[in-house]
Design a protein around this ligand. Structure first.
Ligand code: SF4
Length: 277
């Protein structure tokens, strides 16, 4: 029997570039299992990666793929989805690519509620470029650009994307691979903009300067800090300090999806030109 890995991976491009213990492969594995369950078609699925360790995943996947320029994966994805509404369009991005340089694209994709799934690998650092602080570095995290600790607060990306208009918002972790697979699967099925934050460990660039040390300890930390969205609803802000709220956080199936709104606008223009309005 062909496994999900064989079916959707460019095995000829292996070995991959990720460090031992990196969460990027675990998140990609969750996606591959979700893709198999969804029975995604290679010719009608577009995967767009930005720049960074996580975005490199697109290069290993056997779909129609684009390795886009830094921060612009969602812009490429929007163009593809508008040109081919029948395609399943999925973006792979990281916290540097997607929440810093690409942050503006992220909030506007949410606002439009375009039918794209965005999987953002959050490892709290720029890994590929040598360990600079990202908007997801926590206060006091040490990085090459914050050697005395990060002085800025980080985003809560799930709250940000929900407030910006995303209609499916979820958070999973590399540790809880089965839950992440389910969240990705449901996000791809959702009609509208789906945002899935996948908390992932970077034992190399983040882990060499910040506790906990090593991939296993980082995975255990994800496990220990996770609180389901259901549990979190009954907890105080103080009790939630430092926790990762996981699972489905927000879903709205009634908001208008962008292509449908756009198509209605096109029809109005056509009626105007035809003199039928
Ligand atoms: Fe993974 Fe960090 Fe290595 Fe990049 S630098 S591959 S994020 S462990």
């Amino acid at each position: 029997m062909t496994s999900a890995l064989d079916r959707f991976l460019h095995t000829d491009r292996l070995p991959h570039i990720w460090c031992a213990g990196c969460g990027a492969g675990m998140v990609t594995g969750a996606f591959l299992r979700a893709a198999a369950k969804l029975d995604l078609h290679k010719d009608t699925t577009a995967i767009i990666g930005g720049i960074g360790c996580s975005s490199r995943a697109a290069g290993y996947l056997d779909f129609g793929t684009v390795h886009a320029i830094h921060g612009r994966a969602l812009a490429f994805a929007t163009g593809i989805k508008m040109a081919r509404p029948d395609f399943t369009v999925i973006v792979f991005t990281g916290d540097g690519d997607g929440a810093a340089i690409g942050g503006n694209h992220l909030i506007h994709a949410c606002r439009r509620n375009i039918d794209i799934t965005c999987i953002l690998f959050n490892n709290s650092i720029y890994g590929m470029t040598g360990g600079q602080a990202s908007p997801m570095s926590q206060e006091d995290d040490v990085s090459v650009t914050a050697p005395y600790g990060q002085a800025e607060r980080s985003f809560d990306l799930c709250r940000l994307t929900e407030a910006a208009g995303a209609t499916y918002v979820a958070r999973g972790t590399a540790y809880a691979g089965r839950e992440l697979e389910r969240l990705i699967r449901d996000g791809v099925r959702h009609k509208g903009f789906s945002f899935i934050e996948a908390v992932s460990q970077c034992p190399t660039e983040y882990g060499k300067r910040n506790p906990p040390k090593g991939a296993i300890a980082m995975l255990e930390d994800q496990r220990d800090r996770s609180v389901s969205a259901k549990e979190a609803a009954g907890m105080t802000p103080e009790e939630l300090e430092g926790k990762l709220i996981t699972g489905l956080i927000y879903k709205d199936e009634s908001a208008p999806e962008f292509q449908e709104s756009y198509q209605r606008m096109v029809e109005r223009v056509q009626q105007d030109f035809d003199g039928t309005s």
